[in-house]
Design a protein around this ligand. Structure first.
Ligand code: SAM
Length: 294
């Protein structure tokens, strides 16, 4: 296999390949991914039985090592030692891109810490496909993966997303979908949502509707298959108006003083007040004129 050029310290070490695999349709594997899987010394897999199906389909025979959430510390160190001895390792998850809501992140960090070359055969990511098909703006987005299960952390996370203006992409298991839709609706209000179901599979379906409609649809319908949710970000104009409104109850003096108390110069504080209120610096200066000329 090709060694990385120009990195003396990495010489003699193996390469860690993150290999993206299909998220449903076996045709979505790249030629390079197949070559790397064939040429690697070892394949580390999230679920060896699942990966065996993929390998059998492409007639690839390789030693498999399991590497998943609950053995990642022990197996991570083991894999790093093999890489240090010069073995090339391909890491695959059950579906899609390792490291995206799947094991991979820790192994990459360990490899980087040990100056082991890391590369990837890129491929499917359910989040990206759902975002692009959602019809929502895709120039910027926030990938949120799975929301925390713990009630309090979940509430805090949702609260932190209230002012997010980029579309947000969530993963969810079908049996939790209806609760997550309700939580999103309660926290974010009635935004647009795209529900991307069974991507790349026979029953692929994109439902574009409002969060309220989605909550109602799944209130008494059991969802089937895998879902990605893409939720519209907060309207930037609305945020600006809300921000201006929140200052209306505060006098200019108090507003200015709040920045001066934070250690800002009077000039800098006036600039901030002007920005907060959507006014020009001159407007602020004129309104405070009697004080400013003292
Ligand atoms: N590593 C994967 C990736 O690159 O997209 C994600 C793995 S994560 C454990 C599994 C979640 O991804 C599912 O719960 C679902 O939200 C989403 N997902 C995976 N495959 C999907 C598909 N074919 N259609 C819709 N969502 C999918």
């Amino acid at each position: 296999m090709k060694q990385f050029q120009g990195d003396e310290e990495a010489l003699g070490k193996g390469i860690l390949y993150l290999v993206a695999t299909p998220i449903g349709n076996l045709e979505d594997i790249t030629l390079r991914a197949l070559r790397i899987l064939k040429e690697a010394d070892i394949i580390a897999a999230e679920d060896t039985r699942q990966t065996l199906k993929l390998l059998n389909h492409f007639e690839i025979k390789k030693p498999l090592i399991s590497y998943y959430e609950h053995n990642k510390i022990e197996k991570g160190n083991y894999l790093i030692n093999l890489l240090l001895e010069g073995k090339n390792i391909a890491l695959v998850s059950d579906a899609g891109t390792p490291g995206i809501s799947d094991p991979g992140e820790d192994l990459v960090r360990l490899a980087v810490e040990n100056n082991i070359p890391v590369t990837m055969t890129p491929g499917p990511v359910a989040a990206v496909m759902a975002l692009v098909l959602s019809g929502l703006p895709s120039g910027r987005f926030a990938f949120e993966g799975f929301l925390p299960m713990n009630k309090r952390s979940r509430k805090e996370r949702l609260l932190s997303l209230k002012k997010e203006t980029r579309p947000m992409v969530f993963y969810e298991a079908p049996h939790k979908l209806k609760y997550t839709l309700k939580d999103l609706y309660d926290a974010l209000g009635n935004r647009k949502i795209a529900l991307a179901r069974e991507l790349t599979k026979k029953f692929e379906e994109i439902t574009r509707c409002s969060l309220e409609e989605a909550v109602n649809k799944y209130a008494d319908e059991s969802p089937k298959g895998e879902f990605v949710l893409v939720v519209e970000g907060e309207d930037e104009e609305k945020l600006l108006i809300d921000k201006k409104r929140s200052w209306e109850a505060t006098s200019l003096d108090e507003h200015l003083q709040s920045y001066v108390d934070q250690g800002l110069s009077r000039k800098e504080a006036m600039k901030r007040v002007a920005g907060d209120r959507g006014l020009s610096k001159r407007d602020i200066y004129n309104s405070l004129l009697p004080e400013e000329s003292q």
